[in-house]
Design a protein. Structure first.
Length: 291
């Protein structure tokens, strides 16, 4: 790493520190520093187990205790033993704490809007922000099952279809494709998986089954900002694990030669090219894998 790269990184770090108010003694003018505000936000967003909050924020136990104590002294947070394990503690917002949480939410949203409005290329800025956030937070990206008919799964699928429309020479119309029925991608026939980064979806894959020993992998997609982090491999492994759990022994998939990254992934992962097994107009390559 050359000295210019290091200097650019440090310039970026200073700019972010100033923008987010990391050094302010009164974050967003609410009378407490950023650390306490982040704990309050985590509780308000639904993270109630103290150990989970500490891991999410990357805090040591001593600092976590001090921040919680300060919020309790303000009457914003209450803590109690976990109902199933007295060795663990859970936190909840008081009525006053809920009011502070909502005030922070409104101020933070307004700050984000103001920054994006003064940017000459807001979409490019957001993409860069996404990339930085995902690279820094890649260890915390989780894979969860989701309903393919609801948000955020629908948002991932819409982004996937839009990308195919730009990458396929003749475009892509989902109405002409063999779009799997939602019932085929929920248990006990299959599943739909999302890669989630801090509450936002950044990838998806579907396992389409019919109750038998053969199923298909469908709709593998990773947000461009999250590519290069191994998410496609993780999604495929999770889909294979779900298939084994459902008693599926053979997986198939179809793809298009306009997607060389996908082809490379499948071939590296033990998939074998086979003859066409459907009459969908878009795929031109077909693969199978025995579990």
């Amino acid at each position: 790493m050359d000295s210019l790269a290091t200097a650019r990184f440090r310039r970026f770090a200073r700019a972010v520190t100033a923008e987010v108010g990391a050094l302010d003694s009164s974050f967003l003018g609410r009378g407490r520093p950023l650390g306490a505000a982040r704990v309050l936000n985590a509780v308000g967003a639904g993270r109630t187990e103290v150990g989970e909050i500490r891991a999410y924020l990357g805090l040591d136990s001593g600092l976590m205790s001090r921040l919680l104590r300060s919020l309790e002294e303000e009457g914003l947070v209450a803590t109690a033993p976990h109902p199933a394990d007295a060795r663990r503690r859970v936190a909840s917002l008081t009525e006053a704490g809920r009011g502070e949480f909502e005030a922070y939410e409104a101020l933070s949203d307004a700050r984000a809007v103001a920054l994006l409005e003064r940017a000459s290329h807001a979409d490019d800025l957001l993409h860069a922000m996404d990339r930085v956030a995902l690279v820094l937070g890649q260890e915390a990206i989780g894979i969860v099952e989701a309903d393919p008919t609801r948000e955020p799964a629908r948002a991932c699928l819409a982004a996937y279809y839009a990308e195919l429309a730009t990458r396929f020479p003749g475009g892509f119309d989902v109405a002409l494709s063999f779009d799997p029925e939602a019932a085929a991608m929920v248990r006990p026939r299959g599943t739909f998986l999302l890669a989630v980064a801090d509450g936002l979806p950044v990838g998806c894959v579907g396992l389409k089954g019919d109750g038998g020993p053969v199923a298909e992998i469908k709709r593998l997609w990773v947000d461009p900002a999250a590519r290069g982090l191994g998410l496609a491999r993780r999604l495929m492994r999770a889909a294979e694990a779900a298939a084994r759990d459902l008693g599926i022994r053979t997986l198939r998939l179809d793809t298009n030669s306009a997607l060389p990254e996908a082809l490379a992934l499948y071939r590296r992962s033990g998939w074998v090219e086979i003859d066409r097994f459907n009459d969908d107009p878009y795929p031109d390559l077909f693969f199978e894998k025995t579990l």
